[in-house]
Design a protein around this ligand. Structure first.
Ligand SMILES: *Cc1c(COP(=O)(O)O)cnc(C)c1O
Length: 362
C-alpha cells in the first residue's frame, strides 16, 4: 500500500522508515522485554537511547562544545516565556517580528520582561525580511529574538544576522522550530536556538533548546525550577521526567538523517524540492506565491489560487490524489505546502503534477 503524501505544517510527516522501525520495536526494544514508553528514564536502556540521540544531534547540527543541548517540554510557545525568565534578568529584550510566530514571541515575552519591537514587516503582510542594519537595537538589551523560519507566512532567513557586525553584543535568540536540521546553523552568531520537535525532528511533546553555556545561571528567582536552564542542564535534561518516547522517535529521525548523508545532503535535497515547487508556481497562470524571492522559505510554501472560488475543489481533488493537508493557515488563507526533510522529492513531483492537471482543466 502506498501512503499518501502529507504536506502538514505540523505535526508533520515522518520518514516512513522511522515509523516502520518504531512499529517493529513497539512491544520489545532491543530484547529488553519493554517498549520504550514503559522504561524508567533513569534505566540503562533509556539512558543509552538518550545519549545516542544527543550525540547524533550534536554531530548533525555541528553544535560546538560550549553549547548545551536540552530536551525539554512545553513547546516553542512555552519558550517564549521561559527564555525571558532565564535570560532577561528582569530587563529588556529586542524582537524582530517577521510573521505570526515572532509576533507571538514578542507579545508573550512582554509579560516577563520589557519587550521592545526592533523591527517588523507587518506593513508588507510579512512577505519580506527587514534589513538588519535598520533594526532598532538597544545597548542594554539582554537578547535579540528572531524567528528564522516563519511557518505560517513562509519567510526564511537564509543567513542569520551578525549582531556583532551591527555593534550589538547581546546574544541572538532564534526560534528555528520549522527549519531545524534542514540546513546548517552558524553557531558563531547564536546565543540560544529553540524549537518544537513536531515540524522537522519528531513527534510533538519534545522541545529542543541549544544554549551557550555562559547564558546559564541567570534565571530570575521565580523561574519554575523545571524551566531553569541551568538546573535542566546540570541534570542532563532529567531534572524531571523528560518526554521519553518523543526523544526516542527524534533519535530515530537523527539516525535516518545521518543515513541520508547528514544536514548538508538534506539541505541539497531541500533546495531541489523548493526550487521545483517555486519554479512551477512562478510559471503558472493559476497559482501564485507572494513572498519576496530572496526570503522565501524552503520548508513552508504558502500559495494562492488566483481564482479562490476553486479552493474547495482544489483541496478535494488533492485529497483524492493522495496529497493531504494542503489548506493554508486560517490567518493567511489559500494553500500551504510544507516540504520538510521527510518529504521526498517524489511527493513534490506528485503535487506539481496534480496542480498542472488542475490548472489545465480550468
Ligand atoms: C509551530 C511553531 C511554534 C509553536 O510550537 P508549539 O510547539 O505549538 O508551542 C512556534 N514557532 C514556530 C516557528 C513554529 O513553527
Amino acid at each position: 500500500m502506498k501512503r499518501p503524501y502529507n504536506f502538514s505544517a505540523g505535526p508533520a510527516t515522518m520518514p516512513e522508515a522511522v515509523l516502520q522501525q518504531a512499529a517493529a520495536e513497539m512491544l520489545d526494544w532491543h530484547g529488553s522485554g519493554m517498549g520504550v514508553m514503559e522504561m524508567s528514564h533513569r534505566g540503562k536502556e533509556f539512558i543509552s537511547i538518550y545519549e545516542q540521540a544527543e550525540a547524533d544531534l550534536r554531530e548533525l547540527l555541528a553544535v560546538p562544545a560550549n553549547f548545551k543541548i536540552l530536551f525539554m517540554q512545553g513547546g516553542a510557545l512555552a519558550e517564549n516565556a521561559i527564555i525571558p525568565l532565564n535570560l532577561a534578568r528582569g530587563g529588556a529584550a529586542d524582537f524582530v517580528v517577521t510573521g505570526s510566530w515572532g509576533q507571538k514571541s514578542y507579545k508573550e515575552a512582554g509579560k516577563f520582561c520589557n519587550a521592545r519591537l526592533a523591527a517588523s514587516t507587518q506593513a508588507s503582510g510579512f512577505t519580506t525580511l527587514p534589513e538588519p542594519s535598520s533594526w532598532q537595537l538597544d545597548a542594554d538589551s539582554a537578547y535579540v529574538h528572531i524567528c528564522s523560519n516563519e511557518t505560517i507566512h513562509g519567510v526564511e532567513f537564509h543567513q542569520l544576522p551578525d549582531l556583532k557586525a551591527l555593534g550589538c553584543d547581546a546574544p541572538l535568540v532564534v526560534d528555528f522550530s520549522s527549519h531545524v536540521a534542514s540546513r546548517p546553523v552558524d553557531w558563531s552568531r547564536v546565543g540560544l536556538a529553540f524549537g518544537g520537535a513536531q515540524k522537522n525532528l519528531g513527534p510533538a511533546g519534545l522541545t529542543l533548546v541549544v544554549v551557550r553555556e555562559d547564558l546559564l545561571g541567570h534565571a530570575v528567582p521565580h523561574c519554575p525550577s523545571a524551566f531553569d536552564y541551568k538546573l535542566v542542564a546540570e541534570a542532563g535534561s532529567m531534572y524531571n521526567t523528560p518526554p521519553t518516547y518523543a526523544i526516542y522517535m527524534a533519535g530515530l529521525v537523527f539516525q535516518w538523517l545521518k543515513a541520508q548523508g547528514g544536514v548538508a545532503a538534506i539541505e541539497a535535497a531541500n533546495i531541489a524540492k523548493a526550487q521545483l515547487f517555486y519554479d512551477y508556481l512562478d510559471g503558472s497562470a493559476l497559482y501564485e506565491n507572494r513572498v519576496a524571492k530572496d526570503c522565501r522559505s524552503r520548508m513552508n510554501i504558502p500559495f494562492f489560487l488566483r481564482d479562490e472560488s476553486r479552493n474547495d475543489a482544489f483541496l478535494a481533488g488533492a485529497k483524492a490524489a493522495g496529497l493531504l493537508q494542503l489548506k493554508g493557515h486560517k490567518s493567511v488563507g489559500g494553500m500551504r505546502a510544507s516540504l520538510y526533510n521527510a518529504m521526498p522529492i517524489e511527493g513534490v513531483q506528485a503535487l506539481v503534477a496534480y496542480m498542472q492537471e488542475f490548472e489545465r482543466k480550468a
